[in-house]
Design a protein around this ligand. Structure first.
Ligand code: HSE
Length: 358
């Protein structure tokens, strides 16, 4: 299958995904029947370029990694803004990875809605739109016969949403609990080794774990967003930011960390939600002291862990990277392969070759 991609936003995650596409080009063709052409890149700071025949992504990567503008690309049409790139190019798939206000979801929400309404598939690691309107966006995608993938919004490329929505389908999932933010887990790990909070935060930013504004990480907002997405999409209960009781890690002092260590315990920022007997949901993000014997205590660095409480299997846990440019870029590859499967099914149905009724 041929796929024409347009990137809306070309920061670290988009660049990580581009590297994966370039390195895995022959594997994607051979094993997944995927031939991907990037036809457009639009970024608020780096400008934009469009070539219906496809861009040389090695050249694009080299330009942006050397601090140059996309205007310096030798071919193509320059200057289309994000909405023009979505609607006025031959891209069939929009990769939405702009810097977005996670509370309002803008501008990503506008980009995603515009793309879905224009009949284009959307793959996005942007949390804001999924927090605000995951169910609505899935419904818009369904009505327009297109795919909306957002695996990277929770636990980066560690397939938490896929595990719950696809692999564990058939279970009733009543709740979940885990370490949902890479930056804070990294900071807590470094602080336990004696590094200062400020230095650890700086390192987390340099490694590409932290959000553009790291306040969202350390004050628990990012983890709360993931709690909202998981609750809306996996528990299928309506939840908003304001419904999540939230406390970050800014109040944890080196002294608190040392005291926990002496008690054979470790601080972790835990996000969780559980469906109550009356059908309501109790959701929170807060630092907890966990005993070293608890499996969550062994999850360090920018690694995340998430346990789903299922009716058939009891607790099922997934552990893996929760942040990072390639790690989050990989989530887009998961979405890309799933979109291809969706499109193949759709094509089969439309051409009448798939038996849908007995
Ligand atoms: N800033 C986020 C984190 C990135 O540290 O987990 C991934 O959502």
């Amino acid at each position: 299958m041929y796929v024409n991609i347009a990137f809306i936003g070309y920061g670290t995650v988009a660049q990580g995904f581009t590297e994966i596409l370039l390195e895995k080009e022959s594997m994607l063709k051979k094993e997944h029947d995927l031939q991907v052409k990037v036809v457009a890149v639009s970024d608020i700071k780096k400008s934009s370029v469009y070539d219906a025949d496809g861009l040389n992504m090695r050249e694009i990567l080299s330009l942006v990694q050397n601090g140059k503008s996309l205007e310096d690309y030798p071919k193509g049409i320059k200057g289309k803004n994000s909405l023009e790139t979505i609607t006025q190019t031959n891209a069939d798939t929009i990769i939405e990875v702009t810097y977005t206000d996670v509370k309002t979801g803008k501008p990503a929400l506008t980009h995603i809605k515009t793309a879905l309404d224009a009949g284009k598939h959307v793959l996005s690691t942007n949390k804001g739109p999924a927090v605000k309107q995951a169910a609505e966006l899935l419904e818009t995608a369904r009505q327009n016969n297109v795919y909306y993938g957002f695996e990277g919004t929770v636990l980066a490329g560690t397939p938490a949403l896929n595990l719950a929505r696809n692999t564990l389908a058939g279970n009733n999932i009543m709740g979940f609990k885990g370490i949902l933010n890479g930056t804070t887990n990294y900071i807590l790990t470094r602080m336990e080794e004696g590094m200062s909070y400020q230095e650890a935060l700086k390192k987390a930013q340099k490694l590409g774990y932290a959000e553009a504004d790291p306040t969202g990480d350390v004050e628990g907002l990012d983890a709360a967003g993931k709690v909202v997405i998981l609750t809306n999409v996996v528990l299928k209960k309506k939840l908003d930011w304001s419904d999540v009781r939230r406390e970050g890690i800014t109040g944890i002092t080196p002294d608190d960390i040392q005291k926990a260590k002496n008690q054979h315990m470790r601080w972790k920022l835990i996000g969780q939600a559980e469906i109550q007997k009356d059908g309501s949901v109790r959701a929170s993000v807060s630092p907890e002291k966990v005993p070293l014997s608890d499996p969550l205590a062994g999850v360090n660095e920018a690694i995340n862990a998430l346990t789903f409480i299922t009716d058939e299997l009891g607790p099922v846990t997934i552990v893996g990277p929760g942040a990072g440019r390639r790690e989050t870029g990989f989530a887009l590859l998961i979405d890309l392969i799933q979109m291809k499967d969706y499109r193949k099914q759709k094509d089969l149905k439309e051409t009448g070759h798939l038996k849908t009724k007995n």
